[in-house]
Write a protein that binds this ligand. Structure first.
Ligand code: MG
Length: 368
């Protein structure tokens, strides 16, 4: 009995020891393999992240500003820009471009922007000096917070999320469309600012698309928060409009032809009042008077059919357009602002129909 108890004790001890070792192994293992917490699964600035292939673009520059653009720099001066302290921008303006001056600080646009289409042209310095992030580094900071990297990435290896046209530290570009240093290059950026709730919480992250020399390199990506070197910054509520800024990273990067278009909201809100018309119910035998084939003067077909209590139209070659019955004369369309106005004879029998959509009208006579 005593020896049995001892054996049992030993067994329990063994099990406990094994469980403890397993536990510490699991703890140790998870410590060693801690996954990147970023949405990409990669930690920022990882040299192992794949770098995109070079693509040569033949886009001709400069691209003229459209009529509704705010021109931020046309080569004549930096009146639309200021230093961080509010004083005049200290960058050099020469021969139609402005150039970053080491130690002069970022420049900020005097107007503030939210959702924008931005066109900007830049050139990396010649001769190319420095390596990695030290070569032709600058940046376009949307709202002063979200950087689309400017870097001489023509023949210069760095981490993929830090090369030209990367959303810095977050998204490598889809292609490396870089031109040699000294050649003018362009970014066309579509940016949707983040939306914040009233309590300051994030409602919708910012999104950005970028074309580098006309080549799509960022495809409506969701920005994780303000971009920065080493540190991850979560979103913090900020105004709807903030100045655009250009980075002084110590390299004499040049800029020209900078223009911005304010973008309207994605969609305008719907009508404040219910503009839909009431729907009535007609008996199947009444609905069946409308069914059949109609033809317009070009011999194109309208077919009206009933399926239980639902009515459908085929107009020209578009089948299965669901109809809503508003009156004996008027059927609307469920999804579009088109309507069918029926001609009824003295017996209430349809003899023709008119499709009204947009400013167009199509009239058809009932054939059978
Ligand atoms: Mg930069």
């Amino acid at each position: 009995m005593v020896s049995n108890m001892t054996k049992r004790d030993i067994r329990i001890r063994l099990i406990k020891t094994t469980l403890l070792s397993l536990g510490s192994l699991i703890a140790l293992g998870s410590g060693l393999t801690a996954r990147a917490q970023t949405p990409a699964g990669w930690k920022a600035h990882d040299m192992n992240r794949a770098r995109p292939k070079m693509v040569t673009s033949s886009l001709q520059l400069p691209v003229a500003a459209p009529a509704d653009a705010v021109v931020l720099f046309d080569g004549s001066g930096v009146s639309q820009w200021r230093s961080e302290d509010g004083g005049p921008a200290k960058w050099i303006v020469k021969d139609g471009y402005m150039e970053s001056v080491r130690g002069s600080g970022y420049v900020f646009s005097r107007p503030a922007f939210g959702d924008v289409q931005l066109h900007i042209e830049w050139a990396a310095p010649v001769p190319a000096e420095g390596i990695g992030q030290g070569r032709g580094n600058s940046g376009v900071f949307l709202m002063g917070l979200y950087e689309v990297q400017v870097l001489d990435s023509h023949d210069n290896i760095t981490y993929a999320d830090g090369q030209a046209a990367a959303v810095y530290g977050q998204y490598p570009p889809l292609a490396n469309a870089s031109r040699p240093p000294g050649e003018w290059q362009s970014y066309d950026i579509v940016f949707r600012r983040p939306r914040f709730q009233r309590d300051g919480g994030l409602e919708k992250p910012a999104r950005v698309s970028v074309f580098h020399n006309g080549i799509l390199v960022q495809d409506n990506v969701e920005i994780w928060g303000p971009t920065s070197w080493l540190k991850h910054h979560p979103y913090e509520s900020h105004p709807d409009r903030l100045p655009l800024s250009l980075q002084d990273h110590g390299n004499p990067v040049r800029y020209r032809n900078i223009w911005v278009r304010d973008l309207p909201e994605w969609t305008s809100p719907g009508p404040s009042e219910d503009t839909t018309k009431p729907v009535i119910t007609l008996a199947p035998e009444v609905l069946d008077r409308y069914t059949g084939e109609y033809r317009d003067d070009q011999n194109r077909r309208f077919i009206i059919r009933r399926e239980d209590s639902r009515m459908y139209a085929q107009i020209f070659s578009r089948p299965n357009l669901e109809l809503l019955v508003h009156s004996k004369q008027e059927f609307g369309m469920r999804w579009t602002a088109g309507r069918l106005a029926f001609d009824l004879n003295s017996d209430g029998e349809p003899v023709g129909v008119k499709l009204l959509v947009g400013r167009a009208e199509f009239s058809a006579k009932k054939i059978k």
